[in-house]
Design a protein. Structure first.
Length: 486
């Protein structure tokens, strides 16, 4: 089979969960063998669902999904499922390799060693997954897909939690990778380095548009189309208003003029139908401010901290004092101990850390484990500020595009990006004196990131931030940097 042959095809595929509108409706597209395609779309548009359909984890409501006979598929997921975090590295990879009970793999250890080398990670086979950092878990997820040696590799947000070196290593690997790849990511520079096409999920029409070209070219095409649609709609809106005014004028004249007025109204209705439904997924969240706790009454003081090197704990001394309106950036490579440090600070259990009595802490965790996945969005937000009315809470939720049925959906059913938006909405309601943020751009649509950066830049409490995204950090005022890698 030649490289240009289609390896995967969707024919009139419709899919939707019960009691919701379809995520996909009569979708058609094909993927060429050896191509590297980006999946674009708003949070909640169905990108991860698309992967589940391709991997046959779920079946379409209508239509057919054709994969060439003999083609193997592997998915690198966004996060390790909670019920697998207690597995060891060895057990995790054995599970990935032995999904087919009729085709058991026995030479597991050499294959594990080989694939860990590919993702540039040292991981003892008896070590549990929950002891690895977020960035190390991201590498393990990628390795669990690669060890299957698939013909079609599906990568779901593979750069989340990766440090600069990890992203560079993954980029180089994908450039050299000769098999077919579909990638979901919000990292534009990463995507543009290897993409040769885009599948764009339109959350309003529920269609998938297929584009050829690199990521930046396609994004320009989409933005140009959106501007054209907006200009056309603005012109039609003017003409509609003019026709309505004329219709009202002629209707008041009576007699035959009423027929003229009727034709004017009909023409206005025709123009209303001609207006283009501008894609809703191009909406961004509204600008917002995270209010800070008043009267913090002291400073957050750090005199020592711990890092982790090759399984060893190293103690360090420092002297950092953070009062109101001070922002600290915590940096360092994957596995050095950043997330562990943030968690201890959030629990007020960090050795060498002193905090003012009564300070309220707002904690954005990269795995969203501060959220109760069984709660609805409304309950989660109401619990954060029980004194507010439902109308006020719904208004804040709407600012984060959490509207309609989403507000009454369980958090566990939301996309990872939507969970992130719920977490930001809760921070507004909590009014923290100390704001702790662990990789807050993970899973978030690229259109929302500048707005989030501006909100953090204006935050006037104490803030401690971990982020591996330079463009994001550059937009935020940073007063102190603690590099755990030094």
């Amino acid at each position: 089979m030649s490289k240009n042959d289609t390896i995967l095809r969707f024919d009139s595929v419709t899919f939707g969960y019960k009691e919701t509108k379809p995520l996909l409706e009569a979708v058609d597209f094909g993927v060429r063998r050896g191509s590297k395609t980006t999946i674009m779309g708003q949070n909640g548009s169905g990108k991860s669902t698309l992967f589940k359909l391709i991997a046959r984890e779920i079946l379409p409501t209508e239509g057919t999904i054709n994969v060439v006979a003999g083609v193997s598929i592997a998915v690198s997921r966004q996060v390790i499922p909670r019920n697998e975090l207690e597995l060891t590295v060895g057990e995790f990879f054995e599970k990935a390799l032995n999904q087919d009970p009729h085709n058991k793999v026995y030479d597991v250890d050499p294959r594990i060693d080989s694939v860990l080398e590919v993702v540039n990670l040292q991981a003892p086979k008896d070590r549990k997954l929950n002891t690895f950092s977020g960035g190390q878990q991201a590498r393990l997820l990628l390795a669990s897909a690669l060890i299957q040696d698939p013909d079609l590799l599906l990568l779901d947000e593979p750069t989340n939690n990766l440090d600069t070196a990890g992203i560079a290593h993954l980029t180089d690997f994908l450039k050299k990778y000769e098999k077919t790849v579909l990638v979901i990511s919000h990292d534009s520079e990463f995507l543009n380095s290897f993409s040769d096409g885009v599948l764009y999920l339109d959350v309003f029409t529920r269609k998938i548009e297929q584009y050829v070209g690199n990521y930046f070219d396609v994004r320009r095409q989409i933005l140009a189309r959106l501007e054209k649609e907006n200009r056309k709609n603005a012109q039609l809106a003017k003409e509609i208003q003019a026709n309505k005014e004329k219709a009202n004028f002629f209707a008041m004249k009576g007699g035959q003029m009423r027929m003229v007025a009727k034709r004017m109204r009909e023409k206005a209705e025709e123009m209303e139908e001609a207006k283009i439904d501008v894609r809703k997924e191009d909406k961004t969240i509204r600008p917002f401010i995270i209010p800070s706790q008043e009267n913090i009454g002291g400073v957050v003081e750090l005199t020592s901290y711990k890092t982790y090197h090759d399984g060893k704990v190293v103690q360090h001394k420092t002297n950092i004092k953070l009062g109101r309106n001070r922002h600290l950036l915590l940096s360092g490579p994957n596995g050095i101990g950043k997330s562990t440090f943030l968690e201890l600070i959030a629990k007020n259990e960090a050795y060498g850390m002193a905090m003012p009595i009564g300070i309220k802490i707002g904690y954005y965790r990269q795995d969203f484990s501060t959220l109760d996945f069984e709660d609805t969005v409304m309950k989660s937000l109401t619990d954060a500020a029980p004194e507010l009315t439902e109308e006020k809470i719904r208004g804040i939720a709407a600012g984060f595009l959490l509207t309609g049925n989403v507000v009454y959906s369980k958090i566990g059913t939301l996309s990872e990006g939507q969970k992130g938006l719920v977490a930001f909405a809760r921070l507004i309601l909590q009014r923290p004196g100390l704001l702790i943020l662990d990789e807050p751009t993970n899973h978030i649509n690229f259109r929302h990131i500048p707005i989030i950066a501006e909100a953090l830049n204006k935050y006037d409490g104490v803030m401690i931030l971990v982020s591996h995204v330079p463009d994001f950090v550059e937009k935020i005022r940073i007063d102190e940097v603690l590099d755990l890698g030094k």
